[in-house]
Design a protein around this ligand. Structure first.
Ligand code: NAD
Length: 513
């Protein structure tokens, strides 16, 4: 870690040996259990975090609800100015934060920097948005009446995030929520608490410098029990939760039980369809990066490759050859392609998946296994594997959060590939590789991919912040980031004003006194 400048990064981000995991801005506290953050890169203890107790949580909610009363009154473009300053601070601290993301989560340093870049980009987007929170105007059916709609701030927004995007997902939510006039309470994953503390420290500097009240940016830490404090809390009108489908089903029900809103960003089971008209070179790059990037721990990672039987062997051989070039090792070393899984529990799940595919009759064609020896002491490094399988295998129907790619074969028309493609419960990201316009359009048509993201001649992995991000079916239906995703962070109000001395009723009803 020393050799890659981790100590300096921790210092620049204000991370101590023991950190208070609860914060309302510049006030930091924490009286709950201690969470230890260990790096999957080398197994070292990075630092400890005091998690959030019930009393700490109440203190946070009291600050957040008070702060909302003031913050919502600040004109939206002025809120945008605060987000602009936050984005500038992120530019200054991009390298240390990118390094911490890489060291605490295990993704490559390049991807760590990329995550911080996404935070910067969404801040820029939010600044522009702060002058564009438009509603519509409508023509009233009554004479002398004016009708329009407007968007008002919603209240404290609860953010629950997953380990694999430990900083960007928070920024996607918070940058928009802040310009919308909301305050935020964030519970990062208990596997990446230091990334949360670093982000909160950065935000706190900006809020303090602008003499803003405590509570606009709040942090809580802990496992699902701390998350449940928010899902059951009616003071939080919107809970935005990113993570597994299992978690999403529990969170959705808890929030719905009090008729709150939830924004769910859950698991994917993303596939690339490869048709006879595909550019094989592009396909291989897209598929391999999609399957092994972030060690297969992206919600948009490529899990299934659905290949036409006429080119199946060609694609298979090219992908298998590409896997031979992969270098597995320390993600802070830019020579490596594949870093570690998040922890040894994830390694067990990966091993079980490879066993299951064999048990169900599949054939492993690129062997998996856990790396051993120097540089692999954390026990979290695994070999990316490929298995030939059938679409309806139970294991193929599930998301295994690891670098395991399933090769599936289709024959005949592209419709057959689309049927296999859509035959899973998840609906996040999808792609088709083809130079055939008809196939591409069919994939994007009403009878095509049923996912929230559908790409042509690009893989499934990753997305730009400008579009709305999210998926259908058990992926949860939520949309974050660009386009009009901001609307969920606000409440819509329809207003009608009568500027006459008459009181005509709608629908032509007459009511005489
Ligand atoms: P996870 O579901 O284990 O945990 C996610 C978060 O939910 C954590 O902060 C956790 O503490 C919290 N949580 C768990 N149970 C809870 C409960 N009952 N109440 C409140 N909070 C609870 O997921 P993970 O292992 O951290 O992340 C991997 C998963 O996240 C994968 O399935 C991946 O596809 C998904 N993911 C989806 C997206 C997306 O945008 N669709 C993005 C990133 C990750």
């Amino acid at each position: 870690a020393k050799e890659f400048g981790i100590d300096a990064a921790l210092k620049a981000l204000g991370i101590k040996k023991i950190n208070a995991g609860t914060s309302t801005g510049s006030e930091n506290f924490g009286s709950g259990e201690i969470i230890e953050s260990r790096s999957p890169v080398d197994g070292e203890l990075i630092a400890k975090v005091k998690s959030t107790s019930k009393e700490d949580y109440e203190r946070v909610m009291s600050a957040a609800t008070d702060a909302f009363v003031d913050w919502r009154k600040k004109p939206a473009p002025q809120r945008g100015e605060i987000v602009r300053q936050f984005g500038e601070k992120l530019r200054e601290l991009k390298e240390p934060l990118g390094k911490l993301v890489s060291y605490e989560m295990g993704k490559s340093y390049q991807e760590g920097l990329g995550e911080v870049q996404e935070m910067i980009d969404i801040c820029d987007f939010a600044v522009g948005l702060s002058r564009q929170l438009h509603g519509l105007t409508m023509h009233s059916e009554r004479p002398g009446h004016r009708m329009y709609e407007q968007y008002h701030p919603l209240g404290p927004v609860g953010i629950i995030s997953a380990f694999n995007f430990p900083v960007a997902v928070w920024a996607w939510n918070t940058a928009l929520a802040w310009v919308c006039g909301d305050v935020c309470v964030w519970k990062p994953s208990e596997k990446t608490p230091l990334c949360g503390i670093a982000c909160q420290n950065i935000a706190a500097v900006i809020f303090k410098a602008n003499n803003l009240p405590e509570g606009i940016s709040c942090l809580i830490n802990g496992d699902y029990k701390v998350g449940e404090m928010m899902t059951g809390d009616s003071r939080i009108p919107l809970v935005s939760a990113t993570g597994s489908i299992r978690m999403g089903k529990i969170v959705a029900q808890a929030v719905a039980a009090r008729l709150g809103k939830s924004l769910l960003e859950l698991g994917g089971n993303n596939a690339i369809i490869v048709t006879p008209d595909a550019d094989i070179k592009m396909t291989v790059i897209g598929a391999v990066f999609g399957a092994v990037g972030t060690a297969g721990q992206r919600c948009t990672s490529t899990r299934r490759l659905i290949v036409h039987d006429s080119i199946y062997d060609k694609v298979k051989n090219a992908v298998v050859d590409a896997y031979k070039q992969l270098r597995i090792g320390n993600p802070l070393d830019e020579n490596n392609h594949v870093g570690p899984l998040i922890d040894t529990d994830a390694v067990v799940m990966y091993q079980e998946a490879l066993q299951k595919v064999v048990d169900e009759g599949g054939k492993v064609i690129v062997d998996g296994g856990v790396m051993e020896g120097e540089g692999y002491e954390s026990g979290c490094y695994v070999k990316p594997a490929i298995a030939e399988a059938e679409p309806d295998f139970n294991i193929v129907q599930h998301e295994t959060f690891a670098p395991v790619l399933y090769l599936l074969k289709y024959s005949g028309d592209v419709e057959n590939a689309i049927e296999i493609h859509n035959g899973v419960v998840q609906g996040l990201s999808s792609a088709i590789m083809t130079n055939n316009l008809r196939e591409a359009e069919r994939f994007l048509s009403v009878a095509g991919s049923d996912c929230g993201i559908a790409n042509v001649n690009i893989g499934t992995s990753g997305a730009e912040i400008g579009g709305a991000f999210g998926g259908e079916k058990e992926t949860g239906g939520g949309r974050e980031s660009g386009s009009d995703a901001w609307k969920i962070y606000m409440r819509r109000q329809t207003n009608t004003i009568n500027y006459t001395t008459e009181l005509p009723l709608a629908q032509g009803i007459s009511f005489e006194l």
